[in-house]
Design a protein around this ligand. Structure first.
Ligand code: HEM
Length: 144
C-alpha cells in the first residue's frame, strides 16, 4: 500500500460523500417540511450511507496522515504545521472538523434509527455536521 493509492481512495470517497450528503440534506429537508417531521426510509438510508462513507474516509485519512503523508511529515519536520495556513488547513483543520462531523453523524444515525419523528436538536446536529464537512472539504484540491 502506498501513499498514492490511499490518496486516490480518499479522493474517490470524497465524491461519494458529496453525493450521499446531497441526498441526506434533501431527505432531511423533506422530512422537516414535507411530512410533518416523520423520519422517512430515504432519510434513514441516506444517513446510514453518509455515516459509513465518513467512517471509511476517516480511517483512510488517519492512516494516510500518520503513516504515509509526505506533506504532513515535511511540515512537522520544518516546524510549520501550525504556522503555514495551507499545512494547518490540510493536516489539522480538515481532519479535526471531519472527525467531529463523523461523530455527529453517528449520533444522528442512532437517533434516526430508533425514532419515528424528527427532533429539532438532531436536525441541528445533522446540519452542523454538514456545515463542518462543507467548510473542511478540500474543494480546491479535488476540483481545482
Ligand atoms: C475524517 C477524517 C479525515 C482525515 C484524518 C483526513 C485526512 C486527510 C489528509 C491527511 C489529507 C492530505 C493528504 C496529503 O496531501 O498528504 C486529506 C486530503 C483530502 N481529504 Fe481528507 N481526511 C478526512 C476526512 C475527509 C472527508 C470526510 C472528506 C470528504 C468529504 C475528505 C476529502 C479530502 C480531499 C478531497 C482531500 C484532497 C486530496 C488531494 O489532495 O488530492 N477527507 N485528507
Amino acid at each position: 500500500m502506498d501513499f498514492n493509492i490511499m490518496l486516490q481512495a480518499h479522493r474517490g470517497f470524497a465524491y461519494l460523500i458529496l453525493l450521499a450528503t446531497a441526498v441526506f440534506v434533501v431527505a432531511l429537508l423533506a422530512a422537516m417540511f414535507g411530512y410533518s417531521g416523520k423520519i422517512s426510509k430515504l432519510l434513514r438510508k441516506s444517513t446510514l450511507f453518509t455515516m459509513i462513507f465518513f467512517h471509511t474516509q476517516a480511517l483512510i485519512g488517519l492512516i494516510m496522515l500518520f503513516f504515509f503523508s509526505p506533506g504532513f511529515k515535511a511540515a512537522k519536520e520544518a516546524g510549520i504545521l501550525m504556522k503555514d495556513a495551507v499545512a494547518r488547513n490540510t493536516y489539522v483543520e480538515h481532519p479535526t472538523a471531519m472527525i467531529i462531523a463523523a461523530v455527529l453523524l453517528t449520533i444522528v444515525n442512532k437517533k434516526f434509527k430508533a425514532n419515528d419523528r424528527l427532533n429539532m436538536s438532531w436536525v441541528i446536529m445533522a446540519l452542523l455536521a454538514v456545515a463542518l464537512m462543507l467548510w473542511a472539504f478540500q474543494w480546491g484540491r479535488l476540483f481545482g
